[in-house]
Design a protein around this ligand. Structure first.
Ligand SMILES: Nc1ncnc2c1ncn2[C@@H]1O[C@H](COP(=O)(O)OP(=O)(O)OP(=O)(O)O)[C@@H](O)[C@H]1O
Length: 285
C-alpha cells in the first residue's frame, strides 16, 4: 500500500513534554483519524509534519519523498482549529491573498464551497462565528486540488448539522482517486462514521496506528460482580475500576477466557478505548 505520509522516529522535546520517537503512516486513498487526550501531542505532530515546528529527530516522507521538498506543500491542504485571517478581510479578500500561492487554485471550486457553506463572499472575517471561520478555512483548504488534507480538529467548532455536512464534504473529496485525509479530533463519533484508519497518541507515544476495525476488535469492555474478578486476571484489565457492586474495565479480546460466566463483555467504542487507556496510563505515571 502507498503511504501519503510516513513518520519515522519523530522526536520533539519541550521543557515539559516529549514527543517520544513516534512512527506511523497515513495510507494513501483513505481517511485516517488522529486521536489522543488533551496535550497528547497531536497539534505538535501535525506542525512537525508541515515543517511549522523544528523536529529534534526523525524522518518524514510525503508521497514517498522527503518532506523538506518545498514543492510538495502545494499538494497538502492544511486547516488548524481556527484559521486566522485579517479581521477586515472578506472571503473575496482571502481568495485574493491566498489564491496566488497555489498554482492549482480553483476559484470556481472556492465559490462553490462558499455557497455550500452559506458564507457571504462579502462578510468581514471579524463578524463571522467560530463555525463560519472554520468553514471559510475549509473552503480555502479544499480549493487548490490538494492530494492530502492535514486537519487539526476541523469539526470541533461546528454544530451537529455542520459536522455532518463536513463529513459529507470529506466523502466527496475522497471520491477522486489517490486522495487522503489525516485529521485530529476529540469527536470520536465522527471517526466511527468516516475513518478507515486510526492513529492513537497518548502522552507523546503512539499506542496504536492501523485499521479502525482492528482496533475496535482488539478490545472489549468487561463488567462483573464483586466476586467475579479472578486475581490472576486483575492486571489484564486496562483502566480497571472497582466499585462496591463489582468491577469494569477494558480488556484485550484474546484475554476474555477464564472469567466466571456472569461476567459481561461488550464491544467498545473509540471513546471507551480512550477513556480506559487514559486511566491506565495515568496509573502508570
Ligand atoms: N511551543 C511550545 N513550547 C512548549 N511546550 C509546548 C509548545 N507547544 C506545545 N507544547 C506542549 O506540548 C504538549 C502537546 O501539545 P499539543 O498541542 O501537541 O497537544 P494536543 O494533543 O494537540 O492537545 P489538544 O487536544 O488539547 O489540542 C503540551 O503539553 C503542550 O503544552
Amino acid at each position: 500500500m502507498n503511504n501519503a505520509a510516513e513518520v519515522r522516529n519523530l522526536t520533539k522535546r519541550f521543557p515539559k513534554f516529549h514527543l517520544d520517537n513516534i512512527s506511523f503512516s497515513v495510507p494513501s486513498g483513505f481517511v485516517s483519524g488522529f486521536i489522543g487526550e488533551n496535550g497528547a501531542g497531536k497539534t505538535t505532530t501535525l506542525k512537525l509534519m508541515l515543517g511549522m515546528a523544528l523536529k529534534d529527530g526523525g524522518d518524514l516522507r510525503l508521497f514517498g519523498k522527503p518532506a523538506e521538498e518545498v514543492a510538495l506543500k502545494e499538494e497538502i491542504g492544511v486547516l488548524f482549529e481556527q484559521p486566522y485571517y485579517q479581521e477586515d478581510w472578506t472571503p473575496l479578500d482571502v481568495e485574493k491573498a491566498v489564491g496566488p500561492f497555489y498554482s492549482q487554485w480553483d476559484t470556481h471550486v472556492f465559490h462553490q464551497y462558499l455557497h455550500r457553506f452559506s458564507l457571504d463572499p462579502k462578510q468581514k472575517f471579524k463578524t463571522m462565528s467560530r463555525g463560519m471561520k472554520t468553514k471559510l478555512g475549509m473552503a480555502v483548504t479544499l480549493s487548490h486540488n490538494a492530494k492530502l488534507l492535514l486537519l487539526d480538529e476541523p469539526t470541533s467548532g461546528l454544530d451537529p448539522a455542520g459536522r455532518d455536512e463536513m463529513l459529507d464534504i470529506f466523502r466527496d473529496y475522497m471520491v477522486q482517486e489517490g486522495r487522503s485525509i489525516f485529521f485530529s479530533t476529540h469527536i470520536t463519533g465522527d471517526l466511527e462514521k468516516i475513518a478507515d484508519y486510526i492513529t492513537y497518541i497518548c502522552r507523546g507515544r503512539i499506542l496504536y496506528s492501523g485499521p479502525k476495525e482492528e482496533l475496535l476488535e482488539k478490545y472489549c469492555l468487561i463488567r462483573g460482580g464483586k466476586e467475579e474478578l479472578p486475581v490472576q486476571k486483575q492486571n489484564r484489565i486496562l483502566g480497571l475500576r472497582e466499585h462496591p457492586e463489582g468491577f469494569e474495565g477494558l480488556i484485550e479480546t484474546e484475554e476474555l477466557g477464564g472469567f466466571p460466566q456472569g461476567v459481561i463483555a461488550e464491544p467498545v467504542t473509540l471513546e471507551d478505548i480512550m477513556v480506559y487507556m487514559n486511566r491506565k496510563e495515568g496509573r502508570n505515571d
